[in-house]
Design a protein around this ligand. Structure first.
Ligand SMILES: [Fe+2]
Length: 242
């Protein structure tokens, strides 16, 4: 690849092309490809997605847009999802959290998830199933083993979770305003049997590090607002895979 080819492109365009290349294949991504994408995601900053992580724009904005035409990360008052791109094979988006914002335990069925904390800090808890009972018509229920329980502060490495390992069921609580870049492959799809399910956890006093997890309804108090993506446009290769 000659260098003029890469330098003309925005980072988001390079991310789109990398995802399209790796996730549109018939076979699962290799370890090397996952490592490459992890590294690429590690280079991203909030500004690449049109988010101002520093400024206080002064107004708890209802439009969420600062004078500079950016999303004001310090001023959002609700968990906000910025949808960047989605096709059949993957989705790219950013969750912005106000301090104290909490996304309860939820899963990513048969999905691989790349998460990069762009700024701020949050408390993360994550489980993998040890044994799960799931039959249609009944709430999913089972034993979860905790794989993560700690604070993540930017700058930190991109994390990757897999369909059966790495903390496929996780929750986030923002300790300071923060933003998480999420790349999901394949994306959530109710129609294709990949819904997002929320869980309650019941710790087992005699079994530290484990909890019973039970499917719950979407929490009433969970509000996720949408905000427009204000970063550089993505030129999608429509004639191709997506
Ligand atoms: Fe998630």
């Amino acid at each position: 690849m000659d260098s003029s080819y890469t330098t003309e492109k925005t980072k988001i365009q390079m991310l789109y092309e990398a995802c399209n290349l790796v996730f549109s294949q018939k076979q699962l991504p290799t370890f090397k490809e996952i490592h490459w994408l992890k590294h690429l995601l590690g280079t991203f900053e909030a500004i690449d997605f049109g988010i101002d992580e520093v400024d206080l724009c002064g107004s708890p904005s209802s439009s969420k847009k600062s004078d500079k035409g950016l999303i004001c990360g310090q001023c959002i008052s609700q968990i906000t999802y910025i949808h960047v791109y989605e096709c059949d094979h993957f989705s790219i988006g950013v969750f912005c959290f106000p301090a104290g914002g909490m996304l309860p335990l939820h899963d990513h069925p048969r999905m691989t998830v790349f998460s990069k904390l762009l700024y701020g800090s949050c408390y993360v808890k994550a489980y993998d199933w040890v044994k799960v009972e799931s039959s249609s018509g009944f709430p999913t229920f089972g034993l979860g083993g905790k794989v993560l329980d700690g604070i993540m502060s930017a700058p930190c490495e991109t994390s990757v979770l897999f369909p059966r390992s790495g903390g496929n069921i996780h929750s986030f609580t923002a300790l300071a305003p923060c933003a998480i870049l999420d790349v999901l492959t394949p994306p959530y799809s109710e129609d294709l049997g990949r819904p997002s399910t929320y869980f309650m956890e019941f710790p087992i006093p005699s079994l530290p590090g484990y909890a019973m997890l039970e499917e719950r309804d979407l929490p009433d108090d969970l509000v996720v607002e949408g905000a427009p993506y204000l970063g550089p446009p993505i030129e999608a290769d429509h004639g191709h895979h997506c």
